[in-house]
Design a protein around this ligand. Structure first.
Ligand code: AHM
Ligand code: MG
Length: 343
């Protein structure tokens, strides 16, 4: 890893990237800076979880029919309120909100669209396991300004993201992001309140030794998926098998570990509802941002058939099967899932 920039602040890094782009206006740097402030607020609140009555469920159900925890609601609100006034966004989309989120009329509108999962892995909040915020940013393509007509702009394939990344609230708070120029990670130094470059130019190993998935779902998978998972568990010295199994159930945490160490994260389609086999994870706010990060780090993300980043979205909350991580491992997954390869 090239260490020449280690220690610089995220703001310096954003400004350096901006200077390299002759068309940059500063709008984008401003946008990311505000998102970073929102993440610092969330990080602070996450660190206090368990101390106050913020911990626990509100009892509401979100648009995905899951229990919403208070910290989800809080994080969602912080991001919306922080981002709506800055004049750079024309709308937002959140995992916690059914429709696109409009920018209130008292604020100016801009040309970017922010899609985010405010607090992913929320079932892990009350057991002190890492959770995170995931984001993807798109540029508007139409001339529309009315939120009722912006869905097509929001539903662009992931390949059109101009930036993507995540914040992980774990043993420390880390931000990993890309604008298409490689991937860098910054660690929040709480005493100074700044994100400092700690993981410069992250590259994921071409092939890993870790597989990560919820194996409790085994009986709901089709035969190709079962064969794939069996493959990673078989003994074979030349291909470095069996792989090690690591899964905490927070996408950001599982992804981050595999990004640094190499390996594959999988959330296959399952047959719980045989009429509608689908994955659990959301294309727009989970799969696409991480797919851009992994691609920029030299890895690959697939829905089992082809690149996640090339899927034409049809719904803000659509779910996809997800295979993401080291390139060679994800290609192995595709070979099994197409039925081309068997154990
Ligand atoms: P969430 O957005 O409601 O928190 O759900 C997404 C999470 C991911 O972080 C994680 O990869 C997955 O759900 C775990 O699911 P499961 O508990 O089925 O293994
Ligand atoms: Mg989520």
């Amino acid at each position: 890893m090239d260490k020449k920039g280690v220690g610089i602040t995220i703001t310096q890094h954003l400004l350096m990237e901006e200077r390299q782009n002759p068309e940059a206006t500063g709008a984008f740097t401003y946008l990311l800076n505000e998102l970073i402030v929102a993440a610092k607020v969330i990080s602070w609140e996450v660190n206090k979880a368990g101390l106050g009555d913020i911990l626990g469920s509100t009892g509401e159900i979100n648009v995905q029919q899951e229990r919403v925890q208070k910290l989800d609601v809080f994080s969602n609100r912080v991001i919306i309120e922080r981002m709506q006034h800055i004049g750079q966004l024309c709308c937002m989309g959140s995992e916690e909100v059914a429709e696109l989120i409009d920018i209130p009329s008292q604020y100016p509108k801009g040309n970017y669209i922010l899609l985010f999962d405010p607090l992913d892995g929320s079932s892990n909040i009350d057991v002190n396991v890492s959770i995170g915020t995931i984001f993807g940013i798109y540029r508007k393509v139409s001339d529309e300004t009315d939120v009722d007509f912006l869905l097509t702009d929001a539903l662009q394939p992931g390949i059109k993201q101009v930036a993507a990344g995540y914040f992980i609230y774990g043993s420390s708070t880390i931000m990993v992001y890309t604008t298409g120029n490689g991937v860098n990670g910054f660690t929040l130094y709480p005493s100074v309140g700044e994100f400092l470059l700690s993981h410069e130019n992250i590259r994921i190993p071409e092939k890993g030794k870790i597989y990560s998935l919820n194996e409790g779902n085994y009986q709901y998978w089709d035969e190709d998926t079962k064969a794939l998972v069996d493959y990673f568990k078989q003994k074979d010295k030349t291909t470095g098998r069996p792989y090690t199994s690591r899964y905490v159930g927070s996408l950001v945490a599982d992804f981050h570990r595999n990004l640094l160490k190499g390996g594959i994260f999988m959330y296959p389609a399952d047959l719980k509802d045989p009429k509608k086999p689908t994955g659990k994870l959301r294309l727009m706010v989970e799969a696409n941002p991480l797919a851009m990060v992994v691609r920029e780090a030299g890895g690959y993300a697939s829905d089992g058939k082809g690149p996640i980043l090339e899927i034409q979205p049809t719904d803000l909350h659509q779910r996809v099967p997800l295979y993401i991580g080291s390139k060679e491992d994800v290609e192995t997954a595709e070979a099994f899932l197409s039925g081309e390869r068997r154990v």
